[in-house]
Ligand binder design. Structure first.
Ligand code: GDP
Ligand code: ZN
Length: 443
């Protein structure tokens, strides 16, 4: 290892959580013990020959730390052999949920664990999975892993991603491939704020499309349930800031939400700062696994903390500056919440905070897919004269008729038309492209 590598590894080591550092030191101790044994027998051989010691055996200042850095460097390079396993005997596997996904490893919460994170196990990804992890593995995935234990398997190794119920994806703007953000969520809370930044219905429309698209086709047909997308919930945060506005401005801001209310999307008007609406939000989330999505700065983390102030400590330690590098690779992390701020226990729910997902690019979405992503258009479509009606210019369009008779929100119809135009116009300039952004600025 050259000195630059060593510096990098030193920095990485410092940034790791204590449990991970401990694991590395334990491994290093066992490697060093083996090394010393080997060296002793080598030295003995040299002494027997009455020859000078091999120069490589010179001791360094802190040999165990040297081993730690070497192990870390090897793991970072992906050249780890922990997952090789024996070809003949199938390893025993355990099952759990991925609560954090990094470049080459992930944190898995075993099914049997209490859920507070203290039992999370770190698993290596197979090179194959690491290669396609943006589609193949994400937070919320149920996974099987082979626990460390025998000599062949020094580390836990992820062996399989189990079938998903739902997956919230975005499309890679270049390749059009779907990239998984969170899996197996029952609901997605679209967090928007008022005033700072103001409410952007266009963003909500895009999120709703991605949520509508989150159902997973049951290829195996193994269970009869119809696949369903995750439920959409809108949380309007920072409404404390409305208190200072003239009532007309307040009404205008809140009126932007009417189309979504008409659509039947639950809307929670809340404030992480003063706690309003939080009980209502909690009631909607209990028993579910939910993802918080939204523009950066709308208050997703603040909401998570307002739901459970004890999380604050957690978020703080995991997201502190030193650790940030590790956690920005995917940006999503799962928390269990089972107490309200007053300390009263309730049925748990699981929140996946997805810092930095701003919105979803529409690139490679076809007009037909867009149409299908608007539930209200799907419902009305049978009434259109043409089977493949785009509801843009065709005669006998039931959607247009519904807008004119007030049966369909004009705002949502306009949103659909705008998005359709966008898709038909082809790829946009990079500056106009709204896509997830993984922040690295401390907030
Ligand atoms: P995130 O990027 O979506 O996770 O947003 P943060 O939780 O980091 O919040 C961004 C900023 O908005 C912070 O300065 C928060 O203090 C502030 N903020 C969050 N929630 C509220 C709220 O309900 N009211 C007000 N006035 N400010 C809030
Ligand atoms: Zn039509």
């Amino acid at each position: 290892m050259n000195s630059r590598q060593r510096q990098q590894m030193e920095a990485l080591l410092r940034s790791l959580p204590k449990t991970e550092q401990d694991r590395l030191y334990r491994e290093a101790a066992s490697v060093r013990a083996q090394d010393q044994k080997r060296r002793r027998s080598e030295r003995k051989r040299f002494e027997d020959l009455d020859a000078p010691r091999p120069s490589g055996a010179k001791r360094r200042g802190d040999p165990i730390r040297e081993h730690v850095l070497k192990i870390l460097a090897r793991e970072q390079a992906g050249g780890d052999d922990g997952g090789r396993g024996g070809a003949g005997d199938a390893p025993e596997t355990s099952v759990g949920v991925a609560v954090f996904v990094g470049a080459r490893r992930c944190l898995v919460r075993p099914d049997a664990s209490a859920g507070d994170g203290s039992c999370d196990v770190e698993c290596l990804l197979t090179p194959e999975l690491a290669g396609r992890q943006q589609a193949g593995l994400c937070v919320g995935d149920r996974v099987a892993y082979a626990p460390a234990g025998d000599e062949r398997r020094e580390q836990n190794t992820l062996t399989q991603v189990l079938p998903r119920r739902t997956v919230l994806s975005r499309r890679d703007p270049r390749t059009g491939e779907a990239r998984a953000i969170v899996a197996n969520v029952d609901a997605v809370v679209v967090v928007v704020s008022v005033v700072g930044p103001p409410l952007h219905p266009r963003l909500i429309d895009r999120y709703l499309i991605a949520i509508e698209d989150s159902w997973v086709e049951n290829a195996s047909g193994s269970h009869a349930d119809d696949p369903e997308p995750a439920q959409a919930i809108i949380a309007v945060n920072k409404t404390d800031l409305l208190d200072d506005l003239p009532s007309a401005a307040r009404t205008a801001e809140m009126a932007k939400l009417d189309p979504y209310r008409e659509l039947g999307v639950p809307i929670v008007v809340c404030s992480a700062s003063d706690g309003r609406g939080m009980d209502e939000l909690r009631a909607l989330l209990v028993g579910k696994t939910v993802a918080l999505v939204g523009h950066s700065g709308v208050g997703k983390s603040s909401l998570a903390n307002a739901l459970d102030p004890r999380l604050g400590a957690d978020v703080g330690t995991i997201g502190d500056a030193a650790n940030r590098g590790r956690h920005t690779t995917t940006g999503a992390q799962l928390y269990r919440i089972d107490h309200d701020p007053a300390g009263a226990a309730h049925e748990p729910f699981w929140v996946i905070d997805t810092p930095g997902i701003r919105a979803f690019t529409l690139e490679s979405l076809t007009p037909a897919q867009l149409r299908d992503s608007f539930p209200e258009l799907r419902r009305l479509r049978q009434g259109c004269r043409f089977n493949d009606c785009t509801h843009a210019h065709e005669p006998g369009c039931a959607v247009v008729a519904a807008v004119e008779s007030g049966g369909l929100s004009r705002a949502r119809f306009d949103a659909y038309r705008r998005l359709l135009e966008e898709i038909e116009a082809g790829p946009r300039l990079p500056s106009q492209r709204i896509r997830p952004e993984y922040e690295d600025d401390p907030s």
